[in-house]
Design a protein around this ligand. Sequence first.
Ligand code: CUK
Ligand code: CUA
Ligand code: CA
Length: 639
Amino acid sequence: MSDKKNQTPGSVEEPRGVSRRSFLGTGAVTGAVLAGATALGAGTFTRESWAAAAKEAKSKVHVGPGELDEYYGFWSGGHQGEVRVLGVPSMRELMRIPVFNVDSATGWGLTNESKRILGDSAKYQNGDCHHPHISMTDGKYDGKYLFINDKANSRVARIRLDIMKCDKILTVPNVQAIHGLRLQKVPYTKYVFANAEFVIPHPNDGHTFDLQDKNSFTMFNAIDAEKMEMAFQVIVDGNLDNSDADYTGKYAASTCYNSEKAYDLGGMMRNERDWVVVFNIPRIEAAIKAGKFINLDGSKVPVVDGRKTDGKDSEFTRYIPVPKNPHGLNTSSDGKYFIANGKLSPTVSMIAIDRLDDLFADRFKDPREVIVAEPELGLGPLHTTFDGRGNAYTTLFIDSQVVKWNMDEAIRAYKGEKVNYIKQKLDVQYQPGHNHASLTETSEADGKWLVVLCKFSKDRFLPTGPLHPENDQLIDISGEEMKLVHDGPAFAEPHDCILARRDQIKTQKIWSRNDPFFAGTVELAKKDGINLETDNKVIRDGNKVRVYMTSMAPAYGLTEFTVKQGNEVTVTITNIDQIEDVSHGFVMTNHGASMEISPQQTSSITFTADKAGLHWYYCSWFCHALHMEMVGRMLVEKA
Ligand code: CUK
Ligand code: CUA
Ligand code: CA
């Protein structure tokens, strides 16, 4: 049961921290003040109140042995670089999908198949994922793909949800730090919209540090979701943080916290207002079709200029001033609003999407006429999510709370009516960033579960040394009152997650032999005249040796082969088991080589046989009673 003082029914006034808010209201907030406020923001609980809440919660989230979860959750792995698959509400981790990291178990980043997908970017072994999003058709998840950004190396990756493997990675040209990422919802996910966060000079050839120059800017990026190629880029004023798309297919919007184009804390907080920039997708498409675009810094991607000229808007964009360093941008599941979360302002700004046509037709004197409410919610609003029943849930980073509020009532209050739009404030542990309600990004938001991704766990778990896990909390929102039901430790700041109904995700149980994931390897084998399902052969090609074998529990098709010292050895294995769940592995001891070969999969890995001697290889996936005996030997003859 949640604690009485967490609920502020009917109260628009923030019960505590008023002085802190006035601090934040001034233009002179410094990093130190912010950090101080952060440290103050938590701690109104008792061990007893947790214990009571925990007892009631247990029955709700209990998914018994052998039972299946109702929802798939896809979690960003943060700066660890992977995507994790969880079952909700049990919060059990089901799988990990390596993307921007190197994975020892599956061989991601080591195998030839993964290196082909990673392309040039294989040289980076780190990534920083924030925003996982599932492809949509008519505003509903179609279960085909999941897309995720890499802020660290400016990439966007696609995961095929039928096999839960990454199949495409694109480095976005001429920008730095892909952060906000969202998908077109309607009519289908034609575009992946990706914000590049940092302003850089163009060309970025080392000629200047100057960010105020007119050739210093960042760009909004649209990627063709099916081809995973760049579709277009839009130059913007200021910088870009988070984004979302609407339910008409016409508009996308992004927050900007650095309208100042500053490089320091004080500078980035100078303006009382930054903005939300709205992109008119049909106008951008039309301009590109008509050839009205430029190319930038040696890239072939069509670029249009969405900046203002002498205070006049471009045809492609509109800038809507909103208070102070906004962060999250969320489209309400009823399709009516873009909601910008104030961060340094205690408010969120509700932008009426049905006024955007008029905004682009220049029918308003002030672009802020599209704002239909600016409810005051608490300190540090970062992200908002929706239950499909007219309520919104906003994380308050500094207050360490989630606030439930009603959107219609907030609009009435903005018009001057005396309504209490705040329904409840619930303490979370601690400092929440994203929150995500089940199916919230679609027209089917069902208001059952809310996941809150807390940046600090402090005392919630057994201590793990100086580095603490984050705390991903599960909240039951099916009733009138939010109820915290589960604490889930998570590694390295997941930032964001997404929940889909389990019937929306359809996976294959074993690989198809003609899956494109390893088609490149099958192609190479064909050139060697190999039948992968039956042949166990060594092909010698100068300094290169290609070893082909099958695997079937509990044996490899080849239990020995011989190479010369210095040879470049490629081992290609086809798992001819047809039984679900019988995955094999291949590890060549002392050679840094390891990979997964699941039923009907072909995998290959290349290494240098640089040490003369006998080297055992073995199966790493426990596949059979005689799994330990699933071994072979490579003899490396002295050069
Ligand atoms: S961001 Cu991290 S809490 Cu990258 Cu979506 Cu807001
Ligand atoms: Cu095959 Cu263990
Ligand atoms: Ca700012």
